[in-house]
Ligand binder design. Sequence first.
Ligand code: 3PG
Ligand code: MG
Length: 375
Amino acid sequence: MAALPVLEDLPPLDGRRVLLRADFNVPVHDGVITDDLRIRAALPTITWLQEQGATVVAATHFGRPKGTPDERYSVAPIRARLVELAPGVELLENLRFDPGEEGNDPAFVARLIEGFDVYVNDAFGASHRAHASIVGPPQHLPSAAGRLLAREVEVLTELRERPTRPFVAVLGGSKVSDKLKVIEALLRLADEVLIGGGMCFTFLKAQGHQVGASLCEDDMVDTCRRLLDSGAAIRLPSDVTALGPGGAIGDPSAGGEVRQLGVEVPEGWMGLDIGPGSSAEFADAVLDARTVFWNGPMGVFEDPRFEAGTRTVAEGVAESKAFTVVGGGDSAAAVAQFRLADAIDHISTGGGASLELLEQGDLPGLAALRGETPA
Ligand code: 3PG
Ligand code: MG
C-alpha cells in the first residue's frame, strides 16, 4: 500500500491557499458547543500551515441537514470558537447544505476547490464517508493528511497490526446490528472482547436469559448465539442494574425502583447498566491488559443512576498501564465527563471512522489521499 502523503510532502505553501477538510461536527446544545475536542484537535495542522505562510480555509459538515440550507445546522457557533482558537482561519458554511457533498458530485467538487492550490484532509471522523469533500479534491490538487488524521491512522493501524498482548477490547452501545462487523473484527484482533451497554441484552437473551423490558434486537439473537457457540472470546456481564416499572430514563423524579440484579431481568424491568460485579471484572481485565480499545458506554451514563458501569470501566482504562485507546463519540464524551481524558493514551476523534478503520484497515478518505481513484 502506498504511504499516506503528509504535510511535509506538500509543495511550498508560502502565499498559497489551502482547503482544509476538518471534522468540526461537535456537540452543540442551545447554540453552545459542549465539547470542542474536534476543533482543538485540528490546531496543530492549522498552525503548521499558517507557519508555512499559507492561507487556511476550513470546511466541515455539521449534523445531517439533508442537502439543503437549514439555520439549525449553521456552522456559526463553530466558526466563532475556531477563530478564538486559530485567528485568521476562515470556515465555509456547512458542506451538507449542498446535496453534492453526500452525493459525491464532481460539479460540487469543482466548485469547492476553485481558487485553492492545495488540499489537506484532517477530518478523520468523516474519512469513512465517500463524500465529495473527502474523496474529490485529491484527484485535482496536491493533497496530504493533516497531523490529526496521520496520528489517528498510525495509532489504529498499530492496534490492528501489532498490538502488545493481552489486547482487551471493551464494547458498548445500544445495537448489536450496528456493531456486528466490528465485534467480529475485534474477535480476530483482540484476546478478549468485553460486551456491555444496551447490546449485551441481545447476547444475554441468546444465552437463554430473561431480559424483561431491556433493549433487545430479537432478529439478532440467533447471530449472537452463533457467535457465542463458536467459542469466541466474548465476556458478558454477570450482573446488571435495572429500572423497575413506572421509572423513566433521565428522570429520577418519575419514581421507579433501581435494583442490582443478576442476569435475569424480570418482566417490566429494564437493564440500563452493567452491575457492580461486572464493572469490577471488566475493570480488572482492562488493568491486566497491555493494549485496550474501548468504544461505547456500558450503560445510560447520562442518568446518574446508571453511570457507575461506564465510570468504573473508564477509571480502569485511565489507571491501566496498557496502551489505551478510546474510540470516539459517547465513550470519548464519558471520559471527558469523568475528567479522565488526560490519563488515556489516545482518544480518537472518530466514532464510526475508528471502528471502520479497525475493521477494514482502510478508509475511502485515506485511499483518495494515496491517489487511488474510487471504483
Ligand atoms: C460523526 O460525528 O460521526 C462524524 O462527524 C461523521 O458524521 P456522520 O455520521 O453524520 O457522517
Ligand atoms: Mg456518526
